[in-house]
Write a protein that binds this ligand. Structure first.
Ligand SMILES: Nc1nc2c(ncn2[C@@H]2O[C@H](COP(=O)(O)OP(=O)(O)OP(=O)(O)O)[C@@H](O)[C@H]2O)c(=O)[nH]1
Ligand SMILES: [Mg+2]
Length: 302
């Protein structure tokens, strides 16, 4: 039987907010936001590295995140099962999960199997890096896999294309070992390659980054793009986990702006009331994550 509740006695419950009430509400909001920030600071992102066999996926994981985390092979297709590797986590917090998957295109049977694997993995990932070897012109397997994995998914994560092993771009003798950078003709060929990838896969050139894992070339540009394409609350997890030398000031500022933007959204119209204690409180909890390093800049921006 339906029961009706007597409306509460409005005179009793709806009292004008006292200063004390307001102060308590603000304090509560402050604590809530700090807890959510703690969650954001210790978020563990999941990044998938997709692409053809031998493209340099495992090498890229190692170069970006700095630890010997994925086995590398010179000869036969090496990563036969997806390896989920949690690196950099402390006390069960933070870190990054890298999903280093087998390369597509090895043979027809495994190609089909791997596409199914990529499809099932994609929705669980925060970001995908799709590796394409600089001197590889046979895109068929990649085009087929990309269309089938991402063409049909609504909940697909952002994808960045990474042109790998650019030190092997012709003419290889041009590579400048002193600067760790391509020579002029190599550079032209890299740009050409990026345009080619862009038109074949129908993606903007801004989503394509050319790197050499072996020569540590352009990895910080890749980290910048990774930070740029992730939503605000996840940006910081990349700058936190990438090898220090691969994190530019730009990437750091982008990630921190992302964090503060989210915090401001959470505070909403109360922002001005709690701004000062909030900034101080967050700088304290964020210090172990390297945030205090640019505290001055952050304060200026806020
Ligand atoms: N010159 C050069 N060689 C590289 C670079 N990155 C990887 N390689 C070489 O390319 C080969 C394949 O690298 P992996 O990292 O094993 O490639 P993978 O995509 O993980 O391969 P699978 O696991 O078989 O799919 C190895 O011989 C690496 O040493 C690079 O930046 N420059
Ligand atoms: Mg591998």
């Amino acid at each position: 039987m339906e029961t009706t509740l007597n409306p509460p006695d409005m005179a009793e419950t709806e009292q004008p907010q006292t200063t004390q009430h307001m102060a308590e509400n603000l304090k509560q909001l402050l604590e809530e936001i700090k807890q959510r920030v703690q969650g954001m600071l210790s978020y563990t992102p999941k990044v998938g590295i997709f692409g053809a066999t031998g493209a340099g996926k495992s090498s890229l994981c190692n170069a970006l995140f700095g630890k010997q985390i994925a086995k590398i092979s010179d000869v036969e297709a090496c990563t036969r099962h997806p390896q989920e590797i949690l690196i950099g986590s402390q006390n069960g917090e933070g870190g990054i999960v890298l999903v280093d998957v087998p390369g597509i295109g090895e043979d027809q049977l495994s190609h089909e199997t791997y596409i199914e694997l990529y499809k099932s993995l994609a929705p669980q990932l925060d970001l995908v890096l799709w590796a394409i070897r600089a001197d590889d012109r046979a895109y068929l397997a990649d085009l087929d896999a990309y269309a089938r994995v991402f063409g049909e998914q609504d909940d697909a994560p952002p994808v960045l294309f990474v042109v790998t092993q650019v030190d092997d771009m012709k003419p290889t003798h041009e590579w400048n070992h002193e600067l760790g950078a391509p020579g002029a003709t190599q550079q032209d060929n890299i740009v050409r390659k990026e345009h080619d990838v862009s038109s074949r896969f129908n993606i903007p050139t801004g989503k394509i980054i050319s790197v050499s894992a072996e020569q540590n070339y352009n990895l910080s540009a890749l980290v910048e793009r990774m930070v740029a394409v992730l939503p605000n609350e996840k940006k910081l997890s990349i700058t936190r986990e990438a090898k220090e030398q691969n994190v530019s000031q730009n990437a750091r500022e982008d990630a921190e702006k992302g964090m503060w933007t989210v915090i401001r959204e959470w505070a909403g119209e109360k922002w001005e009331h709690i701004r000062e204690p909030l900034v101080e409180g967050i700088l304290t909890i964020a210090t172990p994550y390297g945030i205090a390093k640019v505290a001055k800049w952050v304060k200026g921006w806020l």
